[in-house]
Design a protein around this ligand. Structure first.
Ligand code: NAI
Length: 462
């Protein structure tokens, strides 16, 4: 029986970051991970592989749509799907091996196998039981399905199956117009698949700025994706490799069906706690099946903590990473802290969509007076040069104090641009602070400054 200061369960972005930080702060650390490779959903079947496919298919789109416009004449690339999947797998391999290297470098022990907690202070992996002063559960999440929809990961797939389809489908129905549905839907649409998204609500990407969502839908429609909004999927039947999706339109209860080669179920994820033995331990859960924590990631059982997708909050890798780092610091006697008001969200389509902080909708609901500074990428020279003038930046600031309350971007590199607002918000900056900061020309980031200027005396290029 080995003894550790900390055993982390799960080597996804929450778990591995927690382990590395704890080891850096002098703790003796082990991580239990049952997958063959480290990195969790994010590195193996989530963020990283999907970004590889998004990059490959964006490049294809550039070659098909824009090369000629730039005077680049030649044979258009053909898609070798198996080779594209091999490239994606190579990217996964490089990243998961990178975590293995970091574990060795920081002397973090990998306990290979699925872990259970027989009692507080003990973690069982396979036939061995290890002792730990502290346990951090970072076991992540798994796709949530719908009643009447059976996943076979061939014809009816989750994001995991969608990253490794045998062949390119002619038609795909995506259930759910959220992040996964639109990122993966966009990959297949660019590869020539006829993609239809069925979304329960009357809009895409719920929780995001409504105007961004509308613009996003218009741009994706132009890229060839179809949308059926306000429709509840009732079931999927599969016969000889073809699927029929039954749905009901909420406005008039009319019933419809769609025939397709592949169905991607992207209706959210649920916490993964199987095999941990939480019931027996008496760990308190929320009504939604998450592990309940006290605001400092402590569960109801002393010495057991939980972070990431398995607890409340947005299911985002970087939120889990921040929590992992904070718990590690706390266990090492420092003050761990996460600012939940400044967690960006990014959708990695083209254009990218990014947001942080409050939305107009949330501020109205809270009755808070605010002003809006908006700037279109049409006024940004750099964006026009790369055929991406369609989106905009919106900055929300307090009506009286000018303090930045949120930002919403749809446009080129939005996922990187958003971070200047994140830093500004962490420092309690005003829109004027951002507007007075010199931004290099010509960059996409000038659009951020212009939106900040629009919160005051006005943007220059509008
Ligand atoms: P999601 O919560 O983003 O979207 C699910 C969508 O499905 C919602 O729009 C919902 O209204 C719709 N829906 C639910 N039931 C339905 C029904 N019966 N018929 C039609 N539509 C229905 O969940 P998603 O896209 O599956 O992603 C799961 C999690 O993974 C999210 O928390 C997401 O933030 C995270 N993720 C983040 C990424 C990123 O940061 N780029 C990438 C991929 C996933």
């Amino acid at each position: 029986m080995a003894q550790f200061d900390l055993i982390v369960i799960g080597a996804g972005p929450g778990g591995y970051v927690c382990a590395i930080r704890a080891a850096q702060l002098g703790l003796k650390v082990a991580v239990a991970e049952g997958r063959e490779t480290l990195g969790g959903t994010c590195l193996n079947v989530g963020c990283i592989p999907s970004k590889a496919l998004l990059h490959a298919t964006h490049s294809l789109h550039e070659a098909q749509e824009n090369f000629e416009k730039m005077g680049l004449i030649g044979a258009k690339p053909k898609v070798d799907w198996q080779k594209m999947l091999a490239y994606k797998d190579d990217v996964i391999g490089q990243n998961t091996k990178g975590i293995e290297f970091l574990f060795k470098k920081n002397k973090v022990t990998w306990l290979k196998g699925w872990a259970g907690i027989p009692e507080a202070g003990k973690v069982r992996v396979g036939d061995e039981t290890h002792e730990a002063k502290h346990i951090v559960i970072a076991s992540g999440s798994e796709p949530a399905s719908l009643p009447g929809v059976e996943i076979d990961e061939k014809t009816v797939v989750t994001s995991t199956g969608a990253l490794a389809l045998d062949k390119l489908p002619k038609k795909m129905v995506v259930i759910g117009g959220g992040v996964i549905g639109l990122e993966m839907g966009s990959v297949y649409a660019r590869l020539g698949t006829d993609v239809t998204v069925i979304e329960y609500l009357d809009r895409l990407i719920p929780g995001n700025d409504a105007e961004v969502a509308k613009t996003f839908q218009r741009i994706l429609k132009k890229q060839g994706m179809d949308f059926i909004l306000g429709a509840a999927v009732q079931g999927v039947t599969v016969k000889r490799g073809k699927a029929t999706v039954a749905y009901q339109l909420r406005k008039d209860d009319s019933e419809h069906t769609l025939e397709t080669d592949c169905v991607l179920v992207a209706t959210g994820r649920k916490p993964f706690t199987q095999g941990l033995g939480l019931d027996k331990l008496g760990v308190k859960m929320t009504q939604r099946g998450q592990i309940a924590t006290d605001g400092h990631w402590a569960t109801s059982v002393k010495g057991i903590y939980a972070i990431g997708d398995v607890i409340e909050g947005p299911m985002l890798a970087h939120k889990a990473e921040d929590e992992g780092m904070a718990v590690a610091e706390m266990l090492a006697g420092q003050a761990g802290h996460v600012n939940y008001g400044v967690i960006p969200g990014v959708i990695y389509t083209t254009p990218e969509v990014a947001s942080v902080g409050e939305t107009e909708e949330s501020l109205k609901e809270a009755g808070r007076a605010f002003k809006v500074g908006k700037f279109s990428f049409m006024g940004n020279g750099r964006a026009k040069a790369v055929f991406q003038g369609e989106g905009f930046v919106k900055i929300l600031a307090d009506a009286e104090t000018d303090r930045i309350l949120g930002a919403h971007v749809i446009g080129p590199m939005a996922g990187d641009l958003i971070h200047e607002v994140c830093v500004a918000m962490e420092f309690g900056a005003s829109a004027e602070d951002l507007a007075r900061t010199c931004h290099a020309h010509p960059t996409f980031s000038e659009a951020m400054r212009e939106a900040a200027l629009a919160c005051g005396d006005g943007a220059i290029h509008a």
